[in-house]
Design a protein around this ligand. Sequence first.
Ligand code: SF4
Ligand code: SF4
Length: 326
Amino acid sequence: MKMRRLGNTGIFVTPAGMGVLTVGRTQLALPISEGARVVRHAIEQGIGFFDTAEYYETYPYIRRALDGLAPSFHQSALPRPVIASKSLAAGYEGMRKAIDGCRAALGIDQIDIFLLHEIRQAPDFANRAGAWACLHDAKAKGHVKAIGVSTHHTCAAAEAARAQGMDVLFPLINYQGLGIRKGAAPGTKEEMAEAIRAASARGVGVFTMKAFGGGNLAKDYKKALDYATSLPGAVSVMIGMGREKDVDDAVAYFEGRLGNDFVPDVSRKRMFVDRGDCEGCGACEKRCTSKAIRIGREGIAAIDTAACVLCGYCAPACPTRAIIML
Ligand code: SF4
Ligand code: SF4
């Protein structure tokens, strides 16, 4: 895959990236060796861009894959993949720990990209000023090469497009606008596309997430990727990949080898609540920004599969691990 320049960051990425969340404990919960094999397969197939996060707890998969490939970096001149990570930290110290933890866990001195994870609206950006200041300091020290934000919110993306020192924007967008927010209300794909265009025009490097709406649009695989790859200003698309077949499908698309009649197998992708384990505490309801999970009349959580974007964020919030994906 041909590398593309990510804004003014000096970083070059492949047009497709692998979202490593999928192999981790909140989604497929693959054993480390198995998840690392998927990461390694992606690297060997030419994917050179990986997204992870402190919250996902997926660093061990990447570390194992990088360790396994280390000799071949020297022997075959495979470029080291670009790694993007992020943290939900609000304050300076929390972000410092997140960055240092990422560097140690991956065995990499300088993380390519580190972001404020999940900025929800413009005031949230201001509320996390301590973490943002830490990102600037980490960049000045050379611990991080480029900094920015990830967001599902159009207003936050627009704010990020204007912010001083913003290197990278990682927004949610897909052809149906699933999961796009604007404060407490739904946002539109047009608003997000405009924020992407504006950010890119200022030299901010933009890569996008949730092209398949967390799996809900996967049946329209080509249509979803055609939209994501046609957005002016968006350089790369992060795609959640949990199996080697997912890697092969994505690479085939980006190399123009995917047949027009291609339909991926998405039958196994479902989040649901094990009613026997649910204690009705409501932690998942608070965690779900898509408002897809509610405590029903029986005092037990239930998931609205039409609204669920399969982000997996609710599962770690559950004290009884009653939320699972199968
Ligand atoms: S219920 Fe909400 S938090 Fe859980 S996977 Fe679905 S969208 Fe994500
Ligand atoms: S967090 Fe877990 S136990 Fe609490 S309501 Fe949600 S599913 Fe039930």
